[in-house]
Design a protein around this ligand. Structure first.
Ligand SMILES: *[C@@H]1O[C@H](CO)[C@@H](O)[C@H](O)[C@H]1NC(C)=O
Ligand SMILES: *[C@@H]1O[C@H](CO)[C@@H](O)[C@H](O)[C@H]1NC(C)=O
Ligand SMILES: *[C@@H]1O[C@H](CO)[C@@H](O)[C@H](O)[C@H]1NC(C)=O
Length: 439
């Protein structure tokens, strides 16, 4: 009995080693002997490929964990009318397939293989906001590692719906959401994770974005709320993509010409009304502004009312108002020089009062003339004043010449007042628009 002990022990030892070897052999599902000399053997993968219709898990209660990341490589188009963002991105998915494993040492140190993706089960990750069918190209490959990890990259042209706010155009920023989720698998079957940190995604995307076009990528944020549809709960990852418009094109093509035109309109108040040049000049400007608006219309967003449209409308209204003002003043001066009605007392006192306040711009020159008594000879239509008419006017208390002087002076004071009112409105509205743009 005592002498038999070693053989029993040897027997158990052999059994244990055998079991261990057996167990070790079982952990590799793919027999890769000969891969290094004869190339890969498709029959070795047959058992894996034939199961591609099913989610690769040993127990259906275990959820598959898919880690995702993406690289945004271009922002192709932002359509304000349809509220769509078209971008191009590379989606990267990583998951484990427990039926794939081989011994890298036995197979000549092959640790990584590429396999055409159609032979494998693929997660059905899609973008919830996408408004287009998936145009994934055919024949993409996936990378397998010997521990069963599968990495699959696919390019996607994504046309996603995005709520665009163009009020601040062309100084606007947009915040679009890309939500990655599984089409069918609930949280019991599939969990999503991040393959990279979100700042890494933002950083690589910012480096890679090729287009020097209209939009600049500002940053990417993420959130991971679960989505519940009826009684089922879906895992999802939301990425907030913040983009900003490069405004320079619009500043040069819209704001600068418009500002020049309105500045010229303001300066044209310095043209003397008597010469009769001011009204035609303003009409020409108004025409020019209309042509400008017509030509730049296609640069503006096709829908909504951006602040810049309000600004254009304001400029146009100011031009129209200034033209009306010129017509009014021209009428007043014409009336004054041809047949001035007697001036009411209150208007006279008002004029005296206002005149003491005036010391600049169009009225100033005129006032000087009045003071020097040069008035009548400088005005057309005055020279025909006969002595008879002067007599008639004197009856009312003023000579006809004085009447004309007063009315003409009134015309110029009104002109100056309205000009200041115009300037005030112009400056206020420009400051308001600039403040609104900066908030
Ligand atoms: C692997 O296949 C080779 C023949 O291709 C066979 O000789 C070997 O025993 C197999 N190994 C295992 C562990 O099944
Ligand atoms: C996914 O990421 C988690 C944590 O970041 C990690 O533990 C897990 O191994 C990853 N899974 C795959 C399939 O890459
Ligand atoms: C984008 O919008 C989401 C909410 O809709 C918000 O959580 C996120 O901070 C916004 N991102 C930026 C950069 O404004």
């Amino acid at each position: 009995m005592v002498r038999e002990w070693p053989s029993v022990r040897r027997f158990f030892l052999c059994l244990t080693i055998n079991l261990l070897l057996q167990a070790k052999a079982d952990t590799f599902t793919i027999n890769c002997s000969g891969f290094d000399q004869n190339g890969l053997d498709p029959t070795a993968f047959q058992s894996v490929f034939s199961k591609k219709a099913f989610r690769p898990v040993t127990n259906q209660n275990i959820p598959t964990r898919v880690n995702i990341s993406f690289t945004l490589s271009a922002i192709l188009e932002v359509d304000a009318q349809l509220q769509l963002l078209t971008s191009f991105l590379w989606l990267n998915m990583i998951w484990d397939n427990p039926f794939i494993s081989w011994d890298a040492k036995e197979c000549g140190a092959i640790g990584k293989l590429t396999v055409t993706a159609e032979n494998l089960w693929l997660p059905d990750i899609f973008i919830v906001e996408s408004m287009d069918v998936d145009h994934t190209p055919e024949g993409l490959s996936a990378i397998l590692t010997n521990d069963g990890r599968i990495q699959y990259n696919k390019p996607m042209r994504v046309t996603s719906i995005c709520s665009l706010d163009i009020f601040y155009f062309p100084f606007d920023q947009q915040n679009c959401t890309l939500t990655f989720s599984s089409f069918l698998y609930t949280v019991d079957d599939m969990l999503l994770g991040m393959d990279k940190e979100v700042w890494e995604i933002a950083e690589t995307s910012r480096d890679i974005v090729r287009t020097q076009g209209e939009w600049v990528l500002l940053g990417i944020n993420k959130a991971t709320p679960k989505l519940s549809v009826g009684s089922s709960l879906f895992d999802q990852i939301m990425f907030y993509v913040a983009i900003r418009r490069r405004p320079i094109l619009y500043v040069i093509n819209l704001l600068v010409p418009s500002s020049f035109l309105i500045a010229i309109d303001a300066l044209s108040f310095y043209l003397p009304t008597e010469s009769g040049n001011r009204a035609p000049f303003k009409i020409t400007l108004l025409l020019g502004y209309n042509v400008f608006l017509f030509m730049t219309n296609k640069l503006l967003p096709a829908s909504g009312t951006p602040l810049i449209s309000v600004y254009f409308a304001l400029c146009l209204s100011l031009m129209v108002v200034s033209l009306l003002e010129t017509i009014f003043i021209t009428y007043l001066l014409h009336m004054a020089t041809t047949q001035p009605p007697p001036m009411p007392q209150w208007l006279y006192f008002l004029l005296l009062h206002c005149d003491s306040l005036q010391n600049c711009c169009p009225a100033k020159l005129w006032k000087k003339n009045v003071n020097q008594g040069l008035t009548s000879t400088h005005l057309p239509g005055l020279k025909e004043l006969g002595p008879k008419e002067t007599e008639v006017s004197r009856n009312v208390g003023w000579t006809k010449a004085q009447q004309v002087d007063l009315w003409v002076q009134l015309g110029h004071v009104t002109d100056t007042l309205l000009f200041h009112l115009y300037l005030f409105f112009l400056v206020t509205s420009i400051i308001t628009v600039i403040i609104l743009w900066n908030t």
